[in-house]
Design a protein around this ligand. Structure first.
Ligand code: PEP
Ligand code: MG
Length: 315
């Protein structure tokens, strides 16, 4: 229901007054990378590498990993590809790193936390990412999932540097990381907000529980406050902040995220055209005003309706 806007995407996301917003794709494999290219994605904002590992009883060796990563990198010569290190645990258990007796897996040893007990798995993955990056022309950025502290950030960035991976960042999916983003971004080159998990942990609502869908939305003003805090941390350190959760693929919410200061949006390839069209229909000052209004609302329903009413293409 996009009134009066042409749904085409020429590969350059921007507002109507020319403020650039990189529109990137979330991919997990070669087919996803092909879909991203076909949809005009400027690059990849989230390469979910755990999908190369899921369903396996044992860890793929470095050569197998290099081959899997190269299939995605090869489709984006000269373009940014943000490779996320293994995000195992909770909704994505992996036989060889995930304990099966955790009482509360979503709050357990998942994401980067698995590297404490299995540092070798992360080492081999970074070795494979570095080899794949050296063999391809893509501009490879690396980021860790489920980072909560500055110390985790420092250690991850150091380990990346040891492999020659110079652009290392973190996902902001834990409210603590959003609130500490200025300190985190003193070490990390960038942050990418995972709104799916950030919403889950902000609202204390399991993202898999359909009955909690009303709580589990990036329109929650409390979630938007955490996005705003992350953007303030990024601005203080001149570090880019992107969003790679589902929120980035909701055109009206994308307008709010840009207004809060996010400089790239990464989404499922099929969402790119609508997000590009709606962004191109509003100027940056409108994004900022609507973001301010959304933050001021008492709840998610009110935030969504006030923003949609302020976007002629969606009203
Ligand atoms: C997120 O949590 O928003 C995210 C992008 O990561 P995933 O959905 O893979 O957990
Ligand atoms: Mg996540």
């Amino acid at each position: 229901a996009l009134a009066g806007v042409v749904r085409t995407f020429d590969g350059h996301g921007r507002t109507s007054d020319g403020h650039p917003v990189a529109l990137l794709a979330n991919v997990a494999d070669a087919q996803g990378a092909d879909a991203a290219v076909a949809a005009g994605a400027e690059g990849v904002g989230l390469f979910r590498t755990e999908f190369c590992f899921l369903g396996r009883a044992d860890e793929p060796n470095v050569d197998e990993q290099v081959a899997a990563y190269r299939t995605v990198l090869s489709r984006f010569p000269g373009r940014k590809v943000v490779v996320r290190t293994l995000d195992a645990g909770a909704d994505k258990p992996l036989a060889y790193v995930t304990a099966d007796d955790e009482p509360n897996p979503a709050l357990g040893v998942r994401g980067l936390r698995t590297a404490v007990e299995h540092p070798d798995v992360l080492e081999r993955q970074l070795e494979a990412i570095a080899a794949a990056a050296a063999a391809e022309e893509a501009d490879v950025w690396v980021m860790a999932p489920m980072v909560a502290t500055v110390a985790e950030t420092e250690e991850f960035v150091e380990r990346c540097a040891a492999h020659g991976l110079g652009t290392a960042g973190v996902m902001v999916e834990v409210p603590a990381a959003a609130l500490q983003s200025e300190h985190i971004l003193a070490h990390a080159a960038f942050a990418s907000i995972g709104t799916n998990d950030l919403t889950q942990y902000c609202m204390a609502a399991d993202r898999e529980t359909a009955a909690l869908a009303g709580l589990s939305t990036g329109w929650q003003p409390a979630v938007l406050q955490l996005v705003a805090a992350t953007c303030r941390g990024g601005a203080a350190r001149s570090a880019p902040v992107g969003v790679c959760g589902e929120a980035a693929g909701d055109p009206a919410l994308a307008v709010v995220l840009v207004g809060l200061g996010v400089s790239s949006l990464s989404m499922t390839p099929r969402a790119l055209a609508d997000v590009a069209a709606v962004l191109a229909s509003v100027d940056r000052a409108t994004c900022e005003r609507l973001a301010y209004e959304a933050l001021a609302q008492p709840d998610a329903v009110a935030a969504r309706s006030v923003v949609r009413a302020g976007i002629p293409a969606l009203a």
